[in-house]
Design a protein around this ligand. Structure first.
Ligand code: AMP
Ligand code: GLY
Length: 434
């Protein structure tokens, strides 16, 4: 059968590669894809982006299943449009995708259903927002209500920073409509982890846990980015924490969405803060897989992804079980000169290795220029390797990353540092089932 993946990042390269391994996949198309998906065996790029063009392509090409990578088309209603045209597509519809596309919706939903999250208030008026900061003080977190491509969250360590964030969104309108309302919430401390599941509207199948590194520089310093590296599993998700996340967050979320008349079908990503006592709080929901978390997760997935997605589309996830490579997978992002502020495009990439048994280079912001692969976006590649513990996966990933070069290449040298410091040196217990 023919499959279509919508998107062009490292997440979509990893998804397309994994889907192409399915014995029932004849061809995987990626719209629009990148230089990596252009040359992946069994995978082909199609230069399309608008929803009407995607629908027409899916119909004309006889696509059996479409899988959506990023949040923007989900928030735009790509699932509703495909379903309206009688086409099978995996992802939440526009109503369900509000869990990500409106922070105010997500917070109100969590409050209504007793799902643990930071205390918050929502503002459309700058004076009231400023007064709230005067009352609460810092540290405090200011978030744009809408989708802002990773630029909508300001973790303010001083009241002055919080006031500036309010002005940036509500007075200078720098985030456009996404920043026309904002959520101000309590600052939380702890360790972050990404908990992603497949949901079928009622049942869920948890994927392997993972952890991202959001800051640009070593030691978790510098500006926030889309993610500079990730590994799976996350040692902070012990079997006890795993059970707690399922009980307190994932199952009530899926049940709450069903009860509210917006059953959630698709990948559901809970961004969590876990404190030293093992308490779990939701920082955000995403209505899609994470990037770069997907790259290590797909390296470890041994089950047929296509079969799991089909079960999810038929409400059959109570029957599903996923098999995981017991090894740790760790991905290091190679980013462009100037990322995240002003990534430079066009630099030629050299030294790209063919995949090996224990490593694979997923492309994101790359484009083919004849035989040359060039930088075409902020996050360029995710070098992902497997190892028997975090240290060996890390060593292998950096060995491979060090063969690759382009002018201005940025990478962190410490991906996995928290896991290596974790009890057991990154050798982790593997919860197999919820
Ligand atoms: P979000 O897009 O809501 O996940 O926010 C992006 C990043 O901001 C998160 O990954 C955290 O590192 C940080 N963050 C968000 N909310 C909070 C919070 N309430 N307390 C502390 N840090 C936060
Ligand atoms: N890596 C974080 C995200 O995909 O939102």
């Amino acid at each position: 059968m023919k499959i279509l993946v919508i998107g062009s990042g490292g997440r979509e390269h990893a998804l397309a590669w994994r889907l192409s391994q399915s014995p029932r996949a004849s061809r995987v198309f990626v719209a629009p894809g990148n230089a990596g998906t252009a040359v992946e065996e069994g995978v082909e790029n199609v230069a399309l982006a608008s929803i009407p063009d995607l629908v027409a392509f899916a119909r004309d090409e006889g696509i059996t299943l479409t899988v959506v990578g990023p949040e923007a088309p989900l928030a735009e209603g790509v699932v509703d449009t495909f379903q309206g045209a009688g086409l099978k597509i995996f992802g939440p519809n526009q109503r369900a995708a509000r869990l990500e596309s409106s922070k105010d919706f997500a917070k109100a939903f969590m409050a209504r259903h007793g799902i643990p999250t930071a205390a918050y208030a929502t503002f459309g008026d700058a004076a009231a927002a400023h007064a709230h900061i005067e009352e609460r003080g810092a540290p405090i977190v200011v978030k744009a209500d809408g989708l802002a491509a990773g630029k909508g969250v300001v973790v303010a360590s001083t009241a002055a920073d919080a006031h500036a964030a309010i002005d940036m969104m509500l007075e200078q309108h720098r985030l456009g409509a996404a920043g026309a309302r904002l959520v101000i919430e309590q600052f939380l401390e702890g360790e972050e982890a990404s908990f992603i599941v497949l949901a079928d509207g009622r049942n869920v199948l948890p994927l392997a846990s993972s952890q991202d590194h959001k800051r640009l520089l070593d030691g978790d310093r510098g500006p926030n980015t889309g993610g500079m590296g990730a590994y799976s599993p996350a040692p902070v998700i012990t079997p006890r924490v795993h059970a707690k996340v399922m009980r307190e967050v994932i199952l009530p979320t899926v049940a709450g969405m069903e009860k509210d008349g917006a059953p959630y079908v698709g990948f559901l990503y809970a961004g969590l803060m876990i404190d030293t006592a093992g308490s779990v709080t939701v920082l955000e929901f995403n209505c899609r897989l994470g990037d770069p978390e997907t790259q290590p997760i797909m390296m470890r997935l041994k089950s047929d992804l296509l079969a799991l997605i089909e079960l999810a589309l038929h409400g059959g996830l109570d029957q599903a079980e996923a098999q995981w490579d017991p090894r740790v997978a760790l991905g290091v992002v190679l980013a462009a000169h100037g990322y995240p502020e002003a990534p430079r495009k066009g630099d030629a990439i050299g030294g790209l290795p063919a995949a090996g048994e224990d490593y694979r280079v997923f492309h994101a912001g790359t484009a083919l220029d004849g035989a040359t692969v060039r930088v075409n976006g902020g996050r360029v590649l995710t070098v992902t390797a497997l190892g028997h513990n975090v240290k060996t996966a890390q060593r292998r990933a950096y060995e491979v990353a060090d063969r690759i070069h382009f002018d201005g290449m940025q990478l962190r040298r410490d991906i996995g540092h928290r896991a290596i410091k974790a009890p057991g040196g990154g050798r982790v217990a593997q919860p197999r089932r919820a």
